[in-house]
Design a protein around this ligand. Structure first.
Ligand code: SF4
Length: 178
């Protein structure tokens, strides 16, 4: 079993700005968040195994979370010139993705089962096999926290991690559950 101290060490080495222990029992899978996915604002609904409905029903997602006993929340925080600084937002998002993949890869080398939930859909393959063939890399899929029905603000708040750092900063959040 990987200790939380080791998780925290890996989070720092992977490039994240902030992290905190995550209690799986604090996570609520909300229908309203899943319903918001169905509005398809990101254009990925029904396009990838990582996203609803391909990632499973809300009940299945909740069952997977329940099968985990501990975890870590991780964040990449970027500086913005102002609240409309889209370029810095995209740069921070790309950095977060890179940090997340660093840590996911390090964790997979040490542990069999990891539930990795990031910010955004799985981009492991340029073109996802959904829905015609099974996922090509089921051990490497990254769904978003929202796809699992999580309200990220609530999960951060209930686990002692700041969610909003003011109008001149942006934070991207993800988590690993073991
Ligand atoms: S690993 Fe590839 S096939 Fe599987 S969900 Fe991600 S993009 Fe789709």
């Amino acid at each position: 079993m990987i200790s939380y101290d080791t998780l925290a060490l890996l989070a720092g080495k992977s490039g994240f700005s902030a992290w905190s222990p995550l209690d799986p029992g604090s996570i609520v899978c909300r229908k309203e968040v899943r319903d918001a996915c169905a509005q398809n604002a990101c254009g990925q609904y029904g396009k990838r195994w990582s996203c609803p409905p391909g990632c499973g029903s809300l009940e299945e997602c909740a069952r997977r979370i329940k099968g985990c006993t501990y975890g870590i929340l991780v964040q990449t925080i970027g500086e913005l010139e102002d609240e409309f600084d889209g370029e810095a937002m995209m740069e921070t998002e790309a950095l977060h993705k890179a940090h997340f993949l660093n840590m996911f890869s390090a964790l997979r080398e040490r542990n069999g089962h990891i539930l990795a939930l990031g910010a955004g859909c799985c981009t492991r393959c340029t073109v996802c096999s959904y829905p015609d063939a099974p996922c090509r890399f089921p051990e490497e899929v990254v769904s978003s926290m929202e796809a699992y029905g999580m309200l990220v603000l609530q999960v951060c708040r209930d686990n002692g991690l700041t969610y909003y750092y003011g109008s001149h900063k942006i934070a991207y959040t993800g988590c690993f559950l073991l």
